[in-house]
Design a protein around this ligand. Structure first.
Ligand SMILES: Nc1ncnc2c1ncn2[C@@H]1O[C@H](COP(=O)(O)OP(=O)(O)OP(=O)(O)O)[C@@H](O)[C@H]1O
Ligand SMILES: [Mg+2]
Length: 325
């Protein structure tokens, strides 16, 4: 985080595009606001567009605006968010969700600062600082042909990779102190400092939801006023995500257990790459750098359906052997 902070201090004053990458809840949105706030003109507009929340066909008019009569229902001209951000910051959250045709338009905006509204003949110019954020690996999207490489270079002049919370667990005490103070004031409630035992649990927890998850937990603690409630929540998580149970005689078949874990991981990866390629098995095989035949074999072994829609009755608990629990 300190490296990220140093980088921002250096680049916030310039108007270069910044790409923020990091898992969900690591603070990308907060970081984008922060960059704007330390930019030369923090009073200029900060316009956020949540690309994942706006359907593809609406996103173009939302971003670039439209002229009167350009489509049914366009009774008056409307400027888009790009124009609203003129002189300030345009924050495109979930940039990986933008489809290819819109990516081309965005590229043009970045290359020569020009764009036109939908149905408009006139080229318009704006001065915006672009900040993009994503929790996907854009390099993978490029390899899958879903994201333009030239656009990637343009938006990625400066890149910030925000670490997962589990990789910065030494920051947990500071974050806890901050969230407790914040939520006590917000809810006008008191809360005792956490015990060392609970802190141990906090440091051990892997935080799949990152800082957002920690913040929510601290808010619950302030509201419930009970340390037991949150520690049992963390312990329950550990129990349900625990390592395989060790036999009563204290023995564990390491080979068998790790083989099973590898199969489970392989199944998850294949499934997500199949989904990413809309179940096109040729593309999936090439994305996974395995042969088509090997993929078919692995699909069968993982108990996955051969085609989308042919969902197995109990797909969640199919053994690699194909046997169902
Ligand atoms: N360094 C921090 N200090 C205090 N609070 C933080 C910090 N980083 C993130 N948060 C808080 O954690 C929550 C999640 O942050 P944010 O929404 O910026 O994450 P995100 O990476 O944009 O997540 P997503 O990918 O789901 O959109 C917010 O409530 C934010 O205020
Ligand atoms: Mg966000």
């Amino acid at each position: 985080m300190q490296a990220a902070r140093l980088k921002i201090d250096k680049v916030a004053q310039s108007g270069v595009p910044i790409l923020i990458q990091g898992d969900s809840g690591t603070g990308k949105g907060l970081m984008a606001c922060f960059i704007h706030n330390i930019s030369p003109d923090p009073h200029a507009a900060f316009v956020k567009v949540n690309c994942a929340a706006i359907p593809g066909e609406l996103l173009e008019s939302e971003l670039f605006g439209y002229e009167k009569g350009s489509f049914t229902g366009a009774h008056a001209a409307k400027p888009g968010r790009v124009e609203m951000a003129d002189g300030g910051t345009l924050f495109l959250d979930g940039i990986d969700e933008i489809d290819m045709s819109l990516q081309a338009k965005l590229l043009q905006l970045l290359q020569d600062g020009q764009f036109s509204r939908i149905g408009g003949q006139e080229d318009r110019r704006v001065q915006v600082r672009l900040i993009c954020a994503t929790n996907r690996q854009l390099e993978l999207q490029i390899a899958n042909g879903r994201f333009r490489q030239d656009l990637f270079y343009r938006i990625n002049v400066v890149s910030l990779q925000l670490p997962a919370l589990r990789a910065r667990s030494e920051d947990i005490p500071d974050l806890v102190a901050y969230f407790l103070q914040n939520h006590k004031a917000r809810h006008n409630m008191l809360a005792r400092p956490l015990s060392a035992t609970t802190f141990n649990l906090l440091v051990r927890h892997p935080w799949p939801g990152n800082i957002r998850e920690l913040e929510n937990l601290m808010e619950r603690y302030v509201i419930l006023g009970s340390e037991d409630a949150i520690s049992s929540e963390l312990l329950n998580w550990e129990k349900t995500h625990a390592l395989p149970e060790i036999h009563v005689d204290g023995q564990i078949h390491l080979k068998k257990v790790t083989r099973q874990a590898v199969h489970d991981l392989e199944r998850k990866i294949i499934l997500s790459v199949l989904e990413a390629n809309r179940w096109n098995r040729k593309k999936t095989a090439s994305a996974l750098k395995i042969s088509y035949r090997a993929l078919l074999y692995k699909i069968r072994r993982a108990g996955l359906p051969p085609k989308r829609g042919m969902v197995h009755p109990d797909i969640g608990s199919v053994h690699p052997s194909g046997a169902v629990d």
